[in-house]
Structure formats: C-alpha cells, structure tokens
Design a protein around this ligand. Structure first.
Ligand SMILES: [Zn+2]
Length: 146
C-alpha cells in the first residue's frame, strides 16, 4: 500500500462537502471512496491521508442517523398503520421487526457518508484542506503517520 500524499489541496467549499457526501467520497479530497469493503470504512483516506474514522465515540454519529432513519422513517409509520387497522397488526409487527434488523445494514454506508457530510458541513475548518499550513493538529497527524 502506498503512503497517502500530503500535497496541499484547494480549499473545500460547502457544496463540495455535500457533493462528496452524497457520492460517498472523502470529504477532504473527493478522490477516494469512504469504504474499503462492504462494511469497513477506511481509517484514513487512501488518497489524502485524512483520518475518516476518528475513534472513540465518532461512530455515534452514523449510529444516530441510522437509528433515526429506521425508527422514524420506517418502524414508527409502519406501527401506526398497524394500530390504525390499515394493515393487520401482525403484518405490521412482522415488517417492522424484519426492517429493524435489515435496514441498519443497508443504511450503514449511507449513514457514515451522511454523518461525515453533516460534520464537515458544520465544521469545514476541520478538513485538512481548509486548515492553515502551520496547524498543530495537522502536524501531529502527520507525525503519527510516520
Ligand atoms: Zn481524501
């Protein structure tokens, strides 16, 4: 595996962050996909080297997005239809249970991409491309890579 490049990147604008988030690409460079396999996110972008999976607690963002979509977008409306007699309650419960088990897997990649998009949309200066050259954080991460 080649070492990630640390070339200076052009400043990333909000529309770049949204476009890259919708495409599932690195929010910093847009040159690499977020995932190395079906359910494994790159720890660092293979192109620019920015840390994508930042460790402790960072997974809570995608987890909350995933949970919110499943509960409020699928399970709750389905149960409401079951309790309002539009469909049988047994069918609604069966669909809700199967969806609650299957949908989080299907939404895993999307929720990571949305999380990174939202995070860096709100905090664009945390992207390496938007940090000043003499940023302590960037130097620290570069030293960690060596
Ligand atoms: Zn990148």
């Amino acid at each position: 595996m080649t070492e990630p490049t640390l070339e200076p990147l052009p400043r990333v604008r909000h529309r770049d962050i949204v476009r890259r988030g919708l495409r599932g690409e690195c929010p910093n460079c847009g040159q690499a996909k977020l995932f190395r396999s079906l359910l494994k996110i790159h720890h660092r972008c293979p192109h620019c080297g920015m840390t994508l999976e930042r460790g402790d607690g960072y997974y809570l963002g995608p987890l909350c997005i995933n949970y919110g979509i499943v509960v409020f977008g699928y399970v709750a409306p389905l149960l409401l239809t079951g309790f309002s007699d539009w469909v049988s309650l047994k069918l609604a419960l069966a669909l809700a249970l199967s969806g609650a088990l299957l949908l989080p897997l299907l939404l895993y990649r999307i929720s990571w991409s949305l999380w990174l998009m939202i995070y860096y949309f709100c905090l664009p200066d945390e992207l390496h491309a938007n940090r000043p050259e003499d940023s302590d954080d960037l130097q620290f991460e570069e030293e960690q890579r060596r």
